[in-house]
Design a protein around this ligand. Structure first.
Ligand code: SPV
Ligand code: MG
Length: 317
């Protein structure tokens, strides 16, 4: 088991938890530094950023576990994994939850999409949900695997995405809660049905939402309805796409690289994010030589004139 101390995930009544969606370890670090108290390992984000693939169960359990491990090792806040549909049946789900536990996950979310899944954000995609009974078997298996790790189990209901209506969503949410889920994530294209569900008082476990498709809804309104948490699932990924596309185009048009500096983090900034000074002080990187130049880079980059060597050496002292 991973030796890092793990903070358990808790949803506290009356408190609205904001969960930041990450697509890789560095985006998880940036979310933690911004103050997010928990990280979501986005399946959409991992598929897109690490494989340039659609979110349709093409990423394997092992690849998802490794993505999770890298994030869990990079932050101290709880990491909640989007485990899609558990990669198969109840047996696959049980193994997946155990592997996520070993990788340092504090929470795991299992959805009731059939295998292979179709991302909820793909309009017009065929949508089939597994039966309530089959999903409950998965959750019971997941719960058993989760317990030794203290993993918080989230069950995800796709009824509203599949246009099955509020009664189906409520029935599934409560059946999943009885099967062992600690919270329910009801995904939706609109906020109105979630407001109705939250205000009905009929849910047996806390409600989590993903506001991607109803981004105009104020968080205050979500909190007032009693929603326990919102996942900002893909804003980091979309920022990366937006900024990198612009930069890719500009790099081919400028006359010199320093024309781009105002749009860039410095090399020194990146060094700090990946803890170059700490790695030095722990002896895992070569010490700079007496002339101040390390073996892995001596050209100063960045507007502040701090190349990798000088910046890191300063912080190591
Ligand atoms: C993800 O981030 O992978 C999610 C949320 O599951 S969504 O993409 O909206 O389905
Ligand atoms: Mg997903």
């Amino acid at each position: 088991m991973s030796s890092l101390p793990r903070i358990r995930l808790k949803l506290e009544p009356g408190k609205f938890l904001q969960i930041g969606g990450a697509h890789d370890a560095l985006s998880a670090v940036l979310l933690e530094q911004a103050g997010f108290p928990a990280i979501w390992v986005s399946g959409f984000g991992v598929s897109a950023s690490q494989f340039a693939m659609p979110d349709v169960n093409l990423v394997t359990m092992t690849e998802s576990v490794e993505a999770t491990r890298r994030m869990a090792e990079s932050v101290t806040v709880p990491v909640i994994v989007d485990a899609d549909n558990g990669f198969g049946d109840a047996t696959n789900t049980r193994r997946a939850v155990r592997e996520y536990g070993l990788a340092g996950a504090a929470g795991v979310c299992i959805e009731d999409n059939s295998f292979p899944k179709r991302c909820s954000l793909y309009p017009g995609a065929p949508r089939e949900l597994i039966s309530i009974e089959e999903m409950c078997q998965k959750l019971e298996a997941a719960k058993k695997a989760a317990e030794p790790f203290g993993i918080f189990l989230i069950s995800r209901v796709e009824s509203l995405i599949a246009d099955r209506g509020i009664p189906d969503a409520l029935e599934r949410a409560n059946a999943y809660s009885e099967a062992g889920a600690d919270a329910v994530l009801i995904h939706s294209k609109r906020f109105a049905p979630l407001r109705e569900i939250a205000k009905s008082g009929k849910l047996k476990k806390p409600l989590i939402v993903v506001p991607t498709l109803f981004g105009e809804t104020p968080f205050e309104e979500m909190a007032e309805c009693g929603i326990a948490a919102a996942i900002y699932a893909n804003q980091m990924l979309r920022t990366m796409v937006h900024a990198c596309r612009q930069m890719a185009g500009r790099m081919l048009t400028v006359g010199s690289l320093s024309e781009l500096d105002n749009s860039l983090s410095t090399v020194g900034d990146v060094n700090k994010l990946v803890k170059v000074p700490t790695h030095w002080s722990e002896g895992s990187l070569q010490q700079p030589s007496s002339n101040g130049q390390s073996s892995y880079g001596k050209a100063p980059h960045g507007k502040d004139g701090h190349g990798p060597t000088r910046e890191a050496a300063t912080h190591a002292s």
